[in-house]
Design a protein around this ligand. Structure first.
Ligand SMILES: [Zn+2]
Length: 399
């Protein structure tokens, strides 16, 4: 199945033509909305968080992107920035239904009593998940984040069977629940998984089947797993593009050659979102048929953030891949990646604090495999001055 499909592109064009009538998009694009077509689609500039924030003024919290009268607004969510995200009642219904489809695909249905543990304040996620669960007929326990003991207690007493949670909170909660009897067997998890085995571990250790859900802050559900648990199906009622994080050119994500997810939202009328850069990277697009019957292509997982990456010898270096690979080897000590230039050749060294291990070459092999580029490993007492996981020293050396 081609991705994106012709039909998806045509729908996206209609969204963009509406967006093009707003002052913000009109000035940023410098395009006649009538000229937007599937052929000219890639000439539309990307939208990013910086641009959303920059267009907000004290007179206009929506930054010149509103396409409906203010009287039609039903909700305004606040994303970090701050960015104000307006929704009409119809917008909310459409987006909530999309959430419902996603949560159902992840295994929840009308028999479930679901503890909703995401934050209800300001941001969109919990309100949408709550409404999505209701659209499925689930009973919602609006627990919100924190208060692990209270969650454990209520999961037992209320007969909770499903949960929506960040993976780290879920694992902590299951530890707190311990051996106490409960009926919780299904989880929908969101937020980046630190290691590939987290889902398997949660199922084996706690008897909870976890399915993954990926959302973008200003859009909502973007991809979600099914009962097969072999990658997250892309939501069909969005235009999801994959672009080179450096050049912005469209490309298919591949191992060693990740692409950034760019989203155009069809469900939003109050404030159209066209070609929003998510900042999230994937390195695989699965197009083989899924046994669940959903024809939408799948992404296995988010592997990192576009802002945090750099290129060495033509390969993208993604710091999170290093952290994840070390974690899989049982190494959770503080570490950083140092890139230096030695006589025109770029060298990558991963410094890890703590006791030197005899298996440093094996660690280097594992990291080289994950990054697809040769790198060295050194155990050190403490990390050198600097900040962040990635310390690229090449700029200083070439001057
Ligand atoms: Zn499937």
């Amino acid at each position: 199945m081609a991705h994106p499909t012709e039909d998806t592109l045509r729908r996206a064009v209609r969204v963009a033509q509406l967006a093009g009538t707003t002052p913000a998009y009109a000035s940023e694009w410098n395009l006649d909305p009538a000229e937007i077509s599937p052929e000219t689609w890639e000439s539309i500039p990307f939208l990013d968080k910086e641009r959303l924030i920059a267009s907000v003024t004290s007179e206009d919290p929506f930054g010149g992107r509103l396409t409906v009268p203010r009287a039609e607004l039903a909700w305004v969510f606040v994303a970090p920035g701050p960015i104000y995200m307006p929704y009409t009642a119809d917008d909310m219904d459409r987006v909530a239904r999309a959430y419902g489809v996603a949560l159902h695909s992840c295994g929840l249905d009308s028999d479930d009593i679901v503890d909703q543990t995401l934050l209800y304040n300001w941001v969109i996620a919990a309100t949408m998940v709550d409404r999505g669960l209701r659209s499925l007929g689930c009973a919602v326990v609006p627990g919100g984040p924190g208060g692990t003991e209270q969650h454990a207690d209520n999961i037992r007493r209320a007969g909770v069977t499903g949960i929506v949670a960040m993976p780290s909170f879920l694992e902590h909660l299951m530890e707190v629940l311990g051996d106490r009897p409960h009926r919780l067997t299904k989880a929908v998890i969101m937020g980046e998984l630190r290691d590939a085995d987290a889902k398997v571990r949660i199922e084996q250790r706690y008897g909870v089947r976890a399915r993954e859900f990926y959302g973008v802050g200003d859009v909502g559900a973007v991809a979600y797993e099914c009962e097969q648990g072999q990658g997250m199906h892309l939501r069909p009622d969005l235009l999801i593009e994959f672009v080179d994080p450096a050049t912005g050119a469209r490309k298919i994500p591949a191992k060693g050659d990740p692409a950034e997810i760019v989203v155009t939202d069809f469900a939003r009328q109050a404030m159209p979102i066209v070609r929003l850069r998510s900042g999230d990277l994937v390195d695989e697009l699965l197009t083989d048929p899924c046994a669940c019957g959903n024809p939408a292509p799948r992404i296995p997982r988010i592997i990192g953030r576009a802002n945090d990456i750099t290129k060495v010898r033509g390969m993208f270096i993604i710091p999170q891949l290093v952290t994840r690979t070390l974690g899989e080897l049982g190494i959770n000590d503080e570490h950083c990646i140092v890139i230096e230039r030695d006589g025109g050749r770029d060298l990558i060294e991963v410094l890890i604090t703590g006791t030197p291990r005899e298996n440093a070459p094996a660690v280097a092999d594992a990291l080289s495999g994950a990054l697809r580029i040769r790198c060295a490993v050194r155990f050190v007492q403490s990390l050198p001055p600097g900040s962040g996981l990635l310390r690229d020293h090449r700029a200083y050396q070439t001057q």
